[in-house]
Ligand binder design. Structure first.
Ligand SMILES: [Zn+2]
Ligand SMILES: [Zn+2]
Length: 354
């Protein structure tokens, strides 16, 4: 298979560092978003940029299943237009989400090793050459463990906020990076990637919406509390990766120390199944075809339990529970006749990777 040579200066326009937020993290150490008591967690920074927390349980009592934000994402009928997406891994061990349009693709986070990322993409028939950039949500190691290796080996530009870059403690010279500015869209070929701040215990944590020809896929994980911005963006998406980290009862009755339980359930920790479900019920647009339940806790959640919980309210939306051990199928997200079906995967995976 022939591939065009990469030209990052054309594929990914640079942004000017002078427009970036001031870099002054209060993060003391890097950690996983995780749940194991042996790990310390980071300080909290950048709160001033995050939008107001909202109480979704109040909205549930007066809101039918489909939401007020529907108009944001309706941008016309595109019969043949689609994005393709998969979770290569999701959980406190590693996170990496692929979103592409068949020509170019981006990775949201790089928590898998370079070798494992390539292997899982290969199984889905996804050429690494299609990946044009990596976007980093925050510095916790389950989101950046493979970043330097992957970006270095494939010469991928990394979009990252200055404060997150500093908090990673990675040498800036190990990979080519560009400043990510919340609310300012980045064009990667025909894909548009927009970051916006979220509530989480990291220096400058961001969620993402990736748009291609009117189709939108959102990545909303590592969120301590739902806010106006996440609700607004969720309501614009045709598919979304939404954190459903823990079952409240399992967490409460589990063996984690009290400080960790309280960190997980705080507004700077993670979304519970019930919080995620409330966001889904209040914020889901009628055109959302797929919901990927993401970043499930290994010890405080159960894939079957959370899958059943959401299926009860799913309506026309297909519910997929993203695994912490393997990739999901590759899904086609679009308006065409095949929307809602896993995308075709070549019988023989392509093996012409660099
Ligand atoms: Zn995290
Ligand atoms: Zn995480």
């Amino acid at each position: 298979m022939s591939r065009q040579a990469k030209n990052y200066s054309q594929a990914v326009p640079a942004l000017t560092p002078s427009n970036g937020p001031a870099g002054n993290p209060d993060t003391k150490s890097r950690t996983i978003c995780g749940m194991h008591p042996q790990f310390l967690f980071c300080g909290i920074g950048g709160l001033s940029q995050r939008s107001q927390i909202i109480n979704l349980s109040e909205n549930l009592s007066c809101t039918p299943g489909v939401n007020q934000a529907e108009a944001i994402g309706k941008s016309g009928y595109f019969a043949d237009m689609a994005l393709f997406t998969t979770s290569l891994n999701s959980g406190s061990n590693a996170n990496c989400y692929y979103i592409g349009n068949g020509q170019e693709a981006v990775l949201i986070d790089a928590g898998l090793s370079c070798r494992e990322t390539k292997k899982r993409m290969q199984r889905l028939g996804l050429p690494m050459e299609d990946v044009k950039a990596i976007f980093v949500s925050h510095e916790h190691s389950d989101h950046i463990r493979g970043l330097a290796g992957l970006a270095g080996k494939y010469q991928l530009p990394v979009y990252i906020t200055p404060r997150t870059l500093q908090a990673t403690k990675l040498s800036a010279g190990r990979f080519f990076h560009l400043p990510l500015l919340p609310g300012r869209p980045v064009q990667v070929g025909d894909l548009t990637v927009t970051a916006f701040p979220k509530w989480h215990d990291a220096a400058d944590p961001q969620s993402f919406v990736v748009e291609g020809q009117g189709i939108r896929v959102g990545v909303f994980t590592d969120i301590g509390a739902p806010c106006e911005e996440v609700l607004r963006h969720f309501g614009s998406c045709h598919a979304a990766f939404l954190e459903a980290n823990y079952d409240e009862k399992l967490l409460e009755e589990g063996t984690y120390p009290a400080f960790l339980k309280s960190r997980i359930s705080s507004e700077h920790g993670h979304l519970s199944n019930q919080q995620a479900l409330a966001l889904f019920r209040v914020g889901r647009p009628a055109f959302m075809s797929h919901l990927f339940l993401a970043h499930l806790s290994q010890h405080n959640n159960c894939p079957q339990l959370v899958g059943q919980l959401f299926s009860h309210y799913a309506g026309q939306t297909e519910i997929i529970v993203a695994s912490r051990f393997q990739e999901t199928a590759l899904y086609r997200i679009g308006h065409g006749a095949h929307a809602g079906q896993p995308a075709q995967v070549p019988a023989t995976p392509q093996a012409d990777y660099v």
